[in-house]
Design a protein around this ligand. Structure first.
Ligand SMILES: [Fe+2]
Ligand SMILES: [Fe+2]
Length: 151
């Protein structure tokens, strides 16, 4: 079953106390934790179907937004500046936090660092990285369009 294998792959990460803090940081319309889980599950399904390195892809997708701050809490004037800066810097922060808490392989590191492409200018090195980059954007747009997050 898809969901059983997915749960085994993400287990080490979702029980980590620092990763669990993502439940308390808002992202788009929900928590970073919920957003990351969705990106991770869809990435898992696609990369498994395509017979790729789905374990690295799933783990990197789960860790891609591992930053522990809320840029929305800044004043209105600062928000625009911060949003731009945040787009460039949060992949590095996510990788730093991931390395502090888990063993991150080369492919996972590249996927996390390049998930904001084309903003980050250099494209992902792997097909798995391209999948995470596209899935993250797809889930983000879906979250923004959702009026009722429970639907
Ligand atoms: Fe991100
Ligand atoms: Fe994201």
């Amino acid at each position: 079953m898809y969901i059983d294998e997915f749960n085994i792959i993400i287990e080490e990460i979702i029980v980590n106390n620092n990763f669990l803090k993502l439940k308390y940081f808002r992202h788009h319309r929900e928590s970073i934790y919920d957003h990351s889980l969705k990106v991770s599950y869809l990435t898992y399904k696609i990369s498994k179907k395509l017979k790729l390195d789905y374990k690295s892809a799933t783990r990197a997708a789960l860790l891609h937004d591992f930053f522990l701050y809320d840029w929305r809490k800044e004043g209105r004037r600062e928000k625009k500046k911060l949003l731009k800066k945040h787009g460039f810097t949060h992949p590095k922060t996510a990788l730093m936090n991931s390395k502090k808490n888990f063993l991150v392989n080369k492919k996972e590191a590249d996927i996390i660092l390049k998930h904001m492409f084309p903003l980050t200018l250099i494209p992902p090195n792997s097909i798995e990285g391209w999948i995470v980059m596209v899935v993250d954007k797809y889930i983000t747009i879906k979250e923004f369009l959702q009026k009722n997050p429970d639907i």
